[in-house]
Design a protein around this ligand. Structure first.
Ligand SMILES: Nc1ncnc2c1ncn2[C@@H]1O[C@H](COP(=O)(O)OP(=O)(O)O)[C@@H](O)[C@H]1O
Ligand SMILES: [Mg+2]
Length: 265
């Protein structure tokens, strides 16, 4: 297994009036090369799950495993070598006052066990240029441009490159196209597909776009109220439609409400 979440629970503000159970005993395992899309209503716990995998948050109970190793107590920077991540906000993944090549150098060093300090050498620059060219945005000709000058779509494409060009064991995408206009979102989605396929990256992608969730990846999970309420993979996923997903959601939510009512009797 490349990733395993075992009985992961997360409660915010426990014991206060604001108590919120964000994750309820989540179990999830990913085999190498799995590309899992995640959908679910607002507040379902999707980002909390990503934060627990990346080490930004720690679970209250349960454990996180990467490559058969228990990483539950490792902090975010100690897991950074294994994980590439792109957030919803294009401003979150890159440093605006640094140039494109400086940003790439940072991302490159982040994944190294020891930071061998290096300037941007000719060899490194060629490597960056080649990587940037795969985005088809002409950024390879703007290595010394400040990232703050790029559009949201360009920044998000760069974030994606920075998260993946070192071939992390695990790629986490949290609504990374949600802040973009439809054309840019489509472009970044296509790039995502290309990069994940090229490097065969094990990927978890949260999206609010059901169509996208169906089109990409080999597995799909639906979350609601801190739980995984529906899963499909392989042929079953291939034959799913948005309509079916909505029906499934209604059915599960509906029966949950019904059983709650039965319990309350
Ligand atoms: N840092 C936090 N403090 C308190 N509550 C939080 C925090 N982060 C998330 N939550 C709550 O946990 C629940 C799940 O949030 P989140 O994981 O962000 O949902 P999603 O990403 O699926 O929209 C929500 O009710 C949210 O308000
Ligand atoms: Mg979220």
């Amino acid at each position: 297994m490349l990733l395993a979440l075992k009985q992961v629970t997360k409660v915010f503000n426990e014991g206060t009036i604001d108590e919120k159970v964000a994750l309820r005993s989540i179990n999830l395992t990913l085999a190498p090369g799995d590309f899992v899309t995640i959908i679910g209503s607002n507040g379902a716990g999707k980002s909390t799950m990503m934060n627990i995998i990346s080490g930004r948050l720690f679970p209250d109970t349960g454990s996180v495993w990467i490559n058969g190793k228990d990483v539950t107590s490792l902090r975010e920077h100690e897991r950074a070598r294994y994980i590439g991540r792109v957030f919803q906000d294009p401003l979150a993944g890159t440093a605006p006052n640094m140039t494109i090549e400086e940003n790439l150098a940072l991302a490159y060093n982040r994944t190294k066990r020891r930071t061998l300090k290096f300037g941007v050498t000719k060899k490194r620059r060629d490597f960056f240029r080649e990587a940037l060219a795969t985005l088809h945005l002409g950024l390879e000709n703007r290595l010394t441009a400040k990232v703050g000058l790029l559009s949201g779509g360009e920044r998000q494409a760069l974030s994606l490159l920075m998260a993946t060009f070192t071939k992390p064991d695990l790629l986490l995408l949290d609504e990374h196209t949600a802040a973009l206009d439809p054309a840019r979102a489509e472009l970044v989605t296509e790039l995502t597909k290309e990069i994940v396929e090229k490097y065969k990256l094990t990927t978890l992608m949260v999206t609010h776009n059901m169509e996208q969730a169906l089109r990409l990846g080999n597995r799909l999970i639906m979350m609601d109220q801190g739980q995984i309420i529906f899963e499909a993979s392989g042929n079953e996923k291939q034959s799913l439609t948005v309509e079916r997903l909505l029906q499934e959601f209604q059915r599960i939510r509906g029966s949950q409400f019904a059983s709650d009512r039965a319990v309350l009797g």
